[in-house]
Design a protein around this ligand. Structure first.
Ligand code: T1G
Length: 704
C-alpha cells in the first residue's frame, strides 16, 4: 500500500482513498498507485465493486501542476499515467464508483467521469479549471463530459473553468446521485444496488445519445465563441477547449481523444500556459513572507474603524463588512458621513438589482456599519484604516490623533497609494503598529492589497495583515517603503512613456488600442481618465521637486488639468465621454500637436511595437530597480501586484514574467537603444544588465 493512496476492502467493496494532501493532486505516482490498486481489485475474487474517494477535505484538485515542467516535452499520451489510470478504471469489469466531497477538478473530475458512476455530497463542486492555466482538460475530459451533459454545455464548462455545485452537476447528468448522509456508506449502498442489478458497468466513453446533432452543436458553439471572445483578452485556451469538445461530436472517442491530446500538448508548450501557471503559483507564493511563520504572533481583528467615507473609505468598509468584520466610519462632518454610508447602501443595491445579493443581506451588512464624527468613538477598534485625501500633511495630522486615542495594540493602517509610510509612522509613538494597507479602487472589488512595511513595522502586524488579506478575500502582497511602493512606482514610467509617444506622433486611441491588443484590461489613457487626471496631477506635485532639472517631462497632462479636463468624472479628459463611451477628442489631438511643436519635438509615425516596448520595458526596468533595492522580495510579487491591481493579462504572467519571456538580453538591448534615443529615463538597471549578460531571468533571481 503506498502512502499516496489508502486501500481497504469493506463488505466486499474495495475503497481506494487518495491521500496526497493538501488537495490530493494526481501526481504521476498517485496515478500509477491507483491504476495498480484497481487492477488488484479487478482480479480479487472477494471484491464485487470499487469506490474511489479522496481523504481529507476534498476528492482531488486535479493533476499535479508542479509536474508539468517535466511533461512539456511529452509527445504521446502513453507518457501520461493519468490516461492509463482513467482508461484502466473505465475498462474494469466491476462497477467503479466515484464518491465525491470537496472538489473534483481537472484531472480529478476526469477521473470521476472515467468511473462508471458518481455520487457526491450536496456541497461538493466539480469543474475543469485547466483553461485558467492556459490548458484544456488533457485526460479525455473534453470527450467524456459531452457524453454526460451534452456537447454545448460541456464546451461552456471547459471554456469557462467555472466550478459547478454538485446539485447542478446532478441535474446536468454529470453526477448520478447526491447524498445528504454519510458519503461512503451511501456509496457502498449504491455499489450493492449496482451489483444486484447485474448490468455491465456503464462506460462513459460509450455513451453517444447525449452528443446531439453536429449542425445544431456548431450553431451553439459559434455563439459560445462570441461570448468567450468578449472576455478572453487574447487568451487562447478557451477557444482550444471549444475546439477539442467540438471534435467529440464529429468522430470516434479514440479520434477525439487523440485530437484532445494534440491540442493539450500545444497548450502545455505555450508561453500563455507558462504565464498562467506562473500566476497560479505566484498568487500562493506571495503569502509566504520570510521570517513570518504560523508561529508568529497575531493581533486580534474583530472590529475595525475607517477614517473617511469617500470612495476608498466606503469600498474598504464594504470589504471588511463582507468579511463579517463590523466597521465604525469616522468622518469630519455628519453630512459627509451620511453621504458616504448612503453611497455604500446604493452600491449594495446594484448587487441586488443584478441578482447577486438579497435585500435581507444588504440590511444585515448595513447594520454592521456605524458612523461618527468623534475620534473617541473609534478608540476601541482593533484596526483603524486611514482612507483620507492623499496629502502628507493631512495624514500626519490624522495619525497624530490616532496615536492619541487608539487603544494599545491597535493596528494603524494607511491606505496611502504612494506616500512615505515611515514619515506617517514617525508622528506616532507606536511606529511598530503602523503599516500601509493600499487598497485598489473599487476597494470592495479589486483583489490586490499592497501591504507596505515601514522600517519599524512589527512582525505580528505583518503576520496579522497577511492573514487579514485572506479574510477580506484579497491577495496581499508585502512590499517595502518608497514613493509609489511597487505598483504605482512602476506605473509612472508606464504612464510617462504612454504620454511621450503621443508627443512624438502616436494618437491617444492608437496607444490605448495597442495595449488592449497586448491584453491589458484598459489602455493607459483610459485608465488616467478613470482614475482622474487631477489625481495624477496632485501626486505629481508631491514628487516634482525630486526630479532633476532638465529631465524631459510629459507636456500634455498638466495642460489638460489646467483646462479642467479631469477625466471620465467630468466627461472630458484624454477622451470626450458620452456616458462611459470614450470618444477621441480632436481638441486634445490639437493640444498634443501644439505642445510637441512648442517643445520642438519632431512628429513621426510610432509603431504599436515601439509603444508596447516603451511602456513595458520601462516598467520592467523600474521593477529591476525595485528588486535590487529590496522593495519587492521576489519578481513574482511584482507580477502579482500587476495581475491583481492593474489589469495586466494573467496569461502573460506579469510585467517581469513578460520581460523574461521576451528575453532579458533583448529587453536590455532595447533599453540601451532608447537610452541613446531618449536620454536619462532609460538608464538600464544594474540588475537587468547583470541578468542580461548572464542569461538569467527575473523569476530565477533571488536577493540572497
Ligand atoms: N497541483 C499541484 N499543487 C496544487 C494543485 C494542483 N492541481 N492545486 C493546489 N495545489 C497546491 C497549491 O499550490 C497550494 O500549495 C496548496 O495546494 C493549497 O492550495 C490532466 C492537466 C483545489 C480549489 O487548476 O484551484 O488537472 O502554497 O491554497 O484554497 O486535465 O488549489 O500550500 O505550497 O489553492 O483550498 C487542474 C488548482 C490541474 C485546480 C483548493 N486543477 N487548484 O483551494 O487551497 S491541471 C486546477 C485550485 C489538470 C488534467 C489537467 C485550488 C483548490 P502551497 P490552495 P484551497
Amino acid at each position: 500500500m503506498s502512502e499516496l493512496i489508502q486501500v481497504e476492502v469493506r463488505d466486499d467493496v474495495t475503497v481506494i482513498s487518495l491521500t496526497n494532501p493538501p488537495v490530493n493532486a494526481l501526481s504521476q505516482a498517485v496515478c500509477r498507485a491507483v491504476f495498480s490498486a484497481v487492477e488488484d481489485a479487478a482480479r480479487a475474487d472477494d471484491v464485487c465493486a470499487i469506490i474511489i474517494t479522496g481523504a481529507g477535505k476534498t476528492f482531488s484538485g486535479g493533476a499535479d501542476i508542479s509536474e508539468f515542467g517535466s511533461l512539456q516535452q511529452s509527445t504521446s499520451d502513453s507518457e501520461f499515467p493519468i490516461h492509463s489510470m482513467i482508461n484502466g478504471i473505465e475498462n474494469c469489469s466491476k462497477p467503479v464508483i466515484a464518491a465525491i466531497h470537496g472538489n473534483a477538478l481537472g484531472g480529478g473530475l476526469e477521473t470521476a467521469i472515467g468511473c462508471h458512476y458518481r455520487i457526491a455530497v450536496a456541497d461538493a463542486r466539480v469543474g475543469f479549471p485547466e483553461v485558467n492555466l492556459g490548458l484544456i482538460p488533457g485526460a479525455m475530459g473534453t470527450q467524456r463530459l459531452p457524453r454526460l451533459c451534452g456537447l454545448p454545455k460541456a464546451a461552456e464548462i471547459c471554456a469557462s473553468g467555472e466550478m459547478i455545485p454538485a446539485r447542478v452537476a446532478h441535474e446536468l447528468g454529470i453526477i448520478d446521485r447526491i447524498t445528504d448522509g454519510d458519503l461512503l456508506d451511501d456509496a457502498h449502498e449504491y455499489a450493492r444496488e449496482l451489483v444486484g442489478m447485474g448490468d455491465a458497468p456503464r462506460k462513459t466513453s460509450e455513451i453517444t445519445d447525449r452528443l446531439g446533432d453536429i449542425a445544431e452543436n456548431a450553431i451553439a458553439l459559434e455563439q459560445l465563441r462570441k461570448v468567450v471572445s468578449k472576455r478572453a483578452r487574447g487568451q487562447e485556451s478557451p477557444f482550444r477547449c471549444i475546439e477539442a469538445v467540438e471534435a467529440a461530436g464529429q468522430g470516434s472517442f479514440e479520434d477525439g481523444s487523440q485530437n484532445e491530446f494534440r491540442i493539450f500538448a500545444e497548450c502545455l508548450q505555450s508561453t500563455q500556459s507558462q504565464g498562467l501557471i506562473h500566476a497560479f503559483f505566484g498568487e500562493r507564493a506571495v503569502s509566504k513572507v520570510p521570517g513570518i511563520t504560523k508561529d508568529t504572533p497575531r493581533r486580534p481583528v474583530d472590529s475595525a474603524a475607517v477614517i473617511g467615507a469617500g470612495t476608498m473609505g466606503g469600498g474598504i468598509t464594504m470589504a471588511y463588512v463582507n468579511a463579517g468584520i463590523p466597521v465604525i466610519i469616522k468622518e469630519v462632518s455628519q453630512e459627509q458621513l451620511e453621504k458616504g454610508i448612503e453611497r455604500i447602501r446604493q452600491t449594495y443595491g446594484i448587487s441586488v438589482k443584478r441578482g447577486r445579493m438579497a435585500e435581507a443581506d444588504v440590511d444585515r451588512k448595513m447594520t454592521m456599519i456605524t458612523g461618527t464624527t468623534d475620534y473617541a468613538r473609534i478608540s476601541d477598534a482593533d484596526i483603524i484604516v486611514e482612507a483620507a485625501f492623499e496629502g502628507m500633511d493631512l495624514k500626519k495630522q490624522i495619525f497624530g490623533e490616532l496615536d492619541r486615542i487608539a487603544k494599545p495594540g491597535a493596528i494603524l493602517a494607511s491606505n496611502t497609494s504612494t506616500l512615505d509610510i515611515d514619515a506617517i509612522a514617525a508622528v506616532t509613538g507606536r511606529p511598530e503598529s503602523v503599516i500601509g494597507h493600499h487598497f485598489f479602487s473599487p476597494a470592495n472589488v479589486m483583489k490586490l492589497l499592497e501591504m507596505v512595511r515601514g522600517k519599524e513595522t512589527a512582525d505580528d502586524v505583518i503576520a496579522t495583515s497577511m492573514d487579514l488579506a485572506k479574510r477580506l478575500r484579497k491577495v496581499g502582497v508585502l512590499v517595502g517603503n518608497c514613493f509609489g511602493f511597487v505598483g504605482n512606482r512602476m506605473f509612472w514610467p508606464y504612464q510617462r512613456e504612454a504620454q511621450f509617444v503621443l508627443e512624438e506622433g502616436a494618437t491617444v486611441a492608437q496607444v490605448d488600442n495597442a495595449h488592449l491588443q497586448f491584453g491589458m484590461a484598459m489602455g493607459p489613457h483610459a485608465v488616467s481618465d478613470l482614475s482622474g487626471i487631477d489625481v495624477f496631477w496632485r501626486i505629481n506635485q508631491e514628487i516634482k521637486d525630486t526630479i532633476p532639472i532638465g529631465m524631459r517631462q510629459p507636456l500634455v497632462s498638466d495642460r489638460l488639468y489646467e483646462l479642467g479636463h479631469y477625466g471620465q468624472k467630468i466627461g472630458a479628459g484624454w477622451y470626450r465621454y458620452e456616458g462611459r463611451n470614450a470618444i477621441p477628442d480632436p481638441e486634445v489631438q490639437q493640444l498634443i500637436e501644439s505642445c510637441a511643436a512648442e517643445a520642438g519635438i519632431a512628429r513621426r509615425d510610432v509603431s504599436d511595437e515601439e509603444i508596447i516596448e516603451r511602456t513595458m520595458f520601462s516598467m520592467a526596468n523600474e521593477g529591476a530597480l525595485i528588486l535590487q533595492e529590496g522593495i519587492a522580495m521576489r519578481s513574482v510579487d511584482i507580477d502579482i501586484v500587476y495581475l491583481y491591481g492593474y489589469g495586466f493579462p494573467a496569461w502573460r504572467g506579469g510585467p517581469m514574467k513578460y520581460a523574461d519571456t521576451v528575453g532579458l538580453k533583448k529587453v536590455y538591448d532595447r533599453i540601451c537603444y532608447y537610452r541613446e534615443a531618449h536620454g536619462f529615463w532609460w538608464e538600464p538597471a544594474p540588475l537587468l544588465r547583470e541578468l542580461a549578460e548572464s542569461g538569467g531571468t527575473f523569476s530565477g533571481w533571488s536577493a540572497s
